[in-house]
Design a protein around this ligand. Sequence first.
Ligand code: NDP
Length: 315
Amino acid sequence: MTETRNTVILGSGCAGLTAAIYTARAGLNPLVLEGHEPGGQLSITTLVENFPGWPEGIQGPDLIDNMKKQAARFGASFELAHLSRVELGAHPIKLHTSLGEIATRTLIVASGASARWLGLPSEQALIGHGVSSCATCDGCFFRAQDIAVVGGGDSAMEEALFLTRFASKVTLLHRREAFRASKIMLDRAMAHSNIELRTNTVVEEVLGVEEKEVTGVRIRDVKTGVVSILHIKGLFLGIGHEPNAKMFAGQMDLDEDGYIKTTGNVLTTFNGQPIPGVFACGDVQDRRYRQAITAAGSGCMAALEVEKFLEDHGH
Ligand code: NDP
């Protein structure tokens, strides 16, 4: 094992990179472990129009690239290491990675959230070939095509409405009768002439694996048991996100959906009581706002807490 680091940041999305800029400028030489989706959700987005400072908008990957360069300029280093295990109770904290063991006085968890999938083998085989979890990224590939969106929450409504810009028809498939979506979003989707809502419907298989492009979905009405084929060219999943916090289970308090619990104002993590030197920021601890700018803001807060923690502990 090499020397003990001042801080390690898990994740390289908006939150992690902002934490990297701040801790690097504070002279802490942060190490960013980029994780399995480098750049996070912004790296698979197209135009970001609501990040302050970019009046014409900026492409998500460019925004991430800029943040990374900005952090690197002040001395942040980046590794694509895979993290297998953490020991949060150890002093210093121990990270077991594909690069070996890393010891650190503080840890910023910015591991984000990933889109949820149905988990069907046919769905997984066709990701990028007609199956997508990002309407803003992939919607434009489905001009004048029939497509479907799965889900009954605000994400599904938003995706379905957005996709009407391109698709000739959007069928919204929801597994239950009742919707989780807010009334205003549901009303908008219901009122749209190019959106058809089908409730009590589950997707059993995505068709087109041999052809390497989506040709349809086999769906089942859970009330009548009737199985039918819906001919579509694209399938979008709008069924929520999973926080990337499983590796902390048992060492950190997670909420019922697996998000890291933090105190709102200082982003401290807990395991019954505060875990010294471990802070979480961004979507892994935020089920509510989930915006690039809120993730960046919380990354800044976590970095300032790390500075304060190190100062209070004489480093
Ligand atoms: P939600 O958890 O609200 O909804 C997920 C939906 O997907 C539910 O209808 C759920 O069904 C369904 N679902 C989950 N797993 C499966 C599965 N395996 N198979 C089929 N269906 C499944 O997530 P959202 O991403 O929609 O929203 C998250 C938060 O973000 C919410 O607070 C929402 O309000 C907010 N948001 C706000 C927006 C806005 O205001 N513009 C836009 C997008 C999100 P079931 O209902 O049966 O559980």
